[in-house]
Design a protein around this ligand. Structure first.
Ligand code: ADP
Ligand code: ASP
Ligand code: MG
Length: 409
């Protein structure tokens, strides 16, 4: 019997009515002869509500107890959805991550899945039950509850699909697939029939929250057929593929999509000595504080000094600035400054490999709109620029138009 793992996100289970609609939808697939494993998120807004409760007690709340708190959101939805199945005469059983035994490492708030025990699920499927699993959570070797990072239910879905060798992992959400860019910013964005894993991985890690980055990594590694679809309308959605289907129009495209990230902040230390070890002295304490650095830029000044600029997640801005100010003394720096009102816009596409001049076209489009570029970084299939946050919408839309990604008329 074919096996489908379906994941329904927060908006899709946001009310009792919607949970009931999900139950009906899943039953439709079950009646077509599929075994069904359903992964659900917390009801929309619930995880944020729980985070803010924690922050009312400790503005820096993190670690073990935050995970105990946040996982309750998903526990509510699995129970409600399983009840909806039972009420409709379909035997079902709900599981928290720990009950399945989704074992993770112990990195609270951003744990990685190490193994999944499929015994309980397989037994239930063999008994004809629909299995409902809480997304976003697991337990470590010592049975501490862990979470997989925001958006982590996608990864639960993919990991279960890999462990159970499902025929497809279907991510149901509030859009009907992966678009050329976030349709909330560019209403003319176009749904892609297919996108390669490589591109999807770049899009996700550069800020497209439609799929969690780790879910894409996992699916690529374990060759899980992965599709993004709408919970609310029917359609084929977007299939994430290893290669473009030969007749797919996107084969011709220079770039496939535009991603952006609003969670950026930039720090600069000016006038430090241009000698070996300086980068380490600046970034060592940042990494010791567990802060991830994204882009790094170093300018060489004429007077033997150098300016050093880098970006971090906006949540880490204050800590990074304090660390830099501390380092500034021993480095005899001229000045330390920071800007947490910046964003990163990236264009992504495997077509870049075979076409020159894409970067200059990107810069031309932004220049025409009077958008100043603060930093640039490139890799084989992406170009990212950092710009003032007030230019986010304008920049994304101009690039969407400039690279001809609009809806076909
Ligand atoms: P869920 O709660 O179902 O996990 P998310 O909010 O995490 O849903 O992800 C879906 C959202 O991702 C969409 O509503 C859309 O605004 C956003 N998004 C960002 N980039 C894209 C893109 N390229 N294609 C489709 N949606 C995107
Ligand atoms: N509920 C979690 C979050 O909001 C996990 C998820 O929805 O994927 O981040
Ligand atoms: Mg999500």
């Amino acid at each position: 019997m074919p096996l489908l793992v379906q994941k329904y996100g927060g908006t899709s289970v946001g009310t009792i009515k919607r949970i009931e609609a999900v139950a009906d939808k899943v039953i439709g697939y079950k009646n077509q002869g599929n075994d069904m494993v359903v992964v659900v998120s917390a009801m929309s807004g619930e995880t944020n509500r729980l985070v803010s409760l924690a922050q009312d007690i400790d503005s820096q709340a993190k670690g073990r107890e935050l995970d105990v708190l946040l996982t309750t959101g998903e526990q509510v939805t699995i129970a409600l959805l399983a009840m909806a199945f039972e009420k409709r005469g379909y035997p079902a059983r709900s599981y928290t991550g720990g009950q399945v035994r989704i074992v993770t490492d112990s990195a609270h708030n951003k744990a990685r899945i190490k193994s999944i025990d499929d015994e309980n699920i397989k037994r239930d499927l063999d008994a004809g039950r629909i299995v409902v699993v809480a997304g976003f959570q697991g337990i470590d070797e010592d049975s501490n509850i862990t979470t997989l990072g925001r958006g982590g239910s996608d990864t639960t879905g993919v990991a279960l699909a890999a462990a159970l060798k499902a025929d497809e992992c279907q991510i149901f959400t509030d859009v009907d697939g992966v678009y050329t860019t976030d349709p909330r910013v560019e209403p003319d964005a176009r749904r892609l029939n297919t996108i390669t894993f490589e591109e999807m991985l770049e899009m996700a890690s550069l800020g497209s929250k439609v799929l969690q980055t780790r879910a894409v990594e996992f699916a690529q590694k374990y060759q899980v057929p992965l599709r993004v679809l709408s919970s609310f309308e029917s359609g084929e959605g977007t299939l994430i593929t290893t290669e473009y289907e030969a007749d797919d129009i996107m084969e011709q495209a220079l770039i496939s999509g535009i991603a952006f990230n609003r969670d950026e902040a930039q720090l600069t230390i000016n006038g430090v000595a241009d000698t070996p070890g300086v980068a380490y002295q600046i970034l060592g304490p940042i990494s010791d504080a567990n802060i991830e650095v994204d882009m790094i830029l170093q300018n060489i000044g004429a007077d033997g000094t150098t300016d050093f600029t880098f970006t971090v997640h906006r949540n880490d801005f204050d800590t990074a600035l304090a660390s830099l100010q501390k380092a500034a003394g021993s480095l005899e720096a001229r000045e330390v400054s920071g800007n947490n009102k910046i964003v990163k816009i990236s264009i992504v596409g495997v077509g870049m490999r075979s076409h020159a001049g894409i970067a200059s076209r990107m810069f031309e489009v932004l220049a025409k709109e009077g958008i100043n570029i603060l930093m640039i970084s490139t890799s084989e299939i992406k170009i990212s620029v950092v710009v003032d946050e007030k230019y986010l919408e304008l920049g994304v839309r101009a690039l969407h138009e400039g690279f001809d990604l609009k809806q076909e008329s």
